[in-house]
Structures are given as C-alpha cells and as structure tokens.
Ligand binder design. Sequence first.
Ligand code: ADP
Length: 331
Amino acid sequence: MVRRVGILTSGGDAPGMNAAIRTAVRTALHYNLEPWAIYRGYHGLIHGELEPMGSRDVSGIIQRGGTVLKSARSEEFMTPEGRDRAVDMLRQHDIDSLVVIGGDGSFRGALSLQEQGVNVVCIPATIDNDIPCTDYSIGFDTAVNTVMDAVNKIRDTASSHDRVYLVEVMGRHSGYIALYSGLACGADVILIPEVPYNLDDVCEKLRQAAKLDKTYNIIVVAEGVRRLDDSDGSASPAMQIGRYIANQVGLETRITILGHIQRGGDPTVRDRLLASRLAYHAVELVARGRGGKMLGEVNQQITSFDLAYALAQEKQLNMDYYRLYNILSSI
Ligand code: ADP
C-alpha cells in the first residue's frame, strides 16, 4: 500500500505557505507517497476535512500569499479528547505522517501528535520570525519587504510636511520585523520589545536632530513594546509614544499602524525558495520514516532538529543588527 502523508497549515498565515504546500505535494508524489490535504489546520483534522491531492491541485499557487489549505486556530485540539479525535481521524484515513507548516503553537500541537505515534515533521512559517532553530521563517522576508514599501511611501509625505512619523509594525514578542525593516528603511529610531527604551532619550535625540536641520523623522515601533500607560487600553504603543513626543518636543507627529497588510501579498523570491527547500526536506524525511523533527535554515543550510529540543529553545534577536542600527542612527 502507498503510504499517505497529510499536509496542513496552522496558526497565523504567512506568505510562502502555498509554495511550501506545492513542494510538499509534488515531493510526496516524487517519493511515491500519497499527499493528503488537511484543511483548516487542527480544526479541520478533528472534523474530517481531508482529501487526497494531486500535482494539478497545487498549480498556479507558488506566487500567492495566504494558504490554499486555509488556516485556523483550534481550542478543541488543546484538549486531550480533541487530540484523540485528531489521531483517530488520521488512523481512519490511513495517514501515518504529517507535515505541519506553521508557528511554534502549531509545533506544540505537532509534538503532542508525535507523542501519540504520528510521524510529524514541522516547518517554520510565521512573519514574526520568532521560531528558534532557524535563521528565518517562511513569510518574514515578504513581511519586511511590505513594511519597507510602506515606510518608503510614508517617508515621501513625512519629508514634505516636516513631521515625525511613527510606524507600528507586527511583533508582539519579537522585534525582528521592526529591526530589519527599520534598518532597511533608514529609520531614525527603532523600538523593539527585546530592548527597553527611554522615551526621554528619544525626545532628546529628536531635539538634537532638529538643531541639525533634520526636518522629519521616521520611528519604527514593534507592537509589543512597553506601553506608556496601561490604563489607556485602547491606544496602541505608537499612539501613546507619538502623543508623548508631540507634548514633550512640540513636533507634529503622525501614526501609521500597518496591521494585517503585513501578513499578505505575493511571497518574495527568498520566501518561495525557503518554503520550497524546507518542504522538500520535510517530505524527504517523512519518506525515510523519520518524524519528531523541525527543519530550519541555519547558515543557509536546511538543518533538522529534534522537535522537543527546538520547542525548549528561545529565539534570539540578531543583536549585530541592533548594534548597526545604533551606529547608523547616532550620527
Ligand atoms: P502559531 O502556530 O502561528 O504559533 P497558534 O499559537 O495559534 O499559532 O497555534 C495554532 C494551533 O496549534 C492552536 O490553535 C492549537 O490548536 C494548537 N496548539 C497551540 N499550542 C498548543 C499546545 N501547547 N498543545 C497542543 N496544541 C497546541
């Protein structure tokens, strides 16, 4: 009997997931495995949203953002009963292996399936780039390019009106998007959750810049930075910080919250290639009967890690980039 491999996307969607699905399906066929689509992540798995896939089912999707398999979050899967139902569903369909494309929450779910005897290989896909054991996750490069494009446009209007623009980007716990896009856009200030900030220092920097005839400024703020006033639950950090700067320095401020546009769009070359390479290696592992693994890209090599080990690690910010920002923005 031909072995069956299930493929699912779970958690937050990320551009490049489709490229991963396409490669997973076609690599499975290459290794004489039968690829099965599982729709809506663990939710769809529990509720039997499964069907076999052919090569043509993944035609024309490599360039599209989002995920054709859909994504969902599943409270039910967080319970032992829900996971038992998921395992039963796989057994009913004779699927003994899974490729999980998602973030660390999805990986935790995958580990529990592995512990129940399903062979699982995970590949990292999240725009936040907050997954350990990989330099980059699928979707991150596209997201920072989206932010860069937006900040380039904001810079045009900022320079015309001599204003301070604060651009709030995604990253509840991770400053990767803010740091990389801020560096690439030449932001004057970058605020990230990993590095505590002193707003009076930021104000002083803006005053000094004004003395040097700098007429506008770009500040990139990660959504997860410390808020100024927790009682004001409605205001985003960028709004709170913008108001503070306007009051203290007397400069006109404008706030742009980029929000979910960062999750969409056609994946970049880097994301398509990363997704394709990770998915190829994931199915190749499955074909060899291996499971309980996460794949990452480390120093440009696709590298496999024990899943439980990977989930116990903490993703570190690339501090070389932060030091570079400090040098470039202090002159
Ligand atoms: P992401 O994969 O992007 O981090 P989530 O954290 O929302 O997204 O996780 C996606 C899904 O994975 C959840 O809806 C849940 O069904 C499952 N999941 C998350 N954490 C766990 C866990 N600790 N144990 C089992 N399943 C989990």
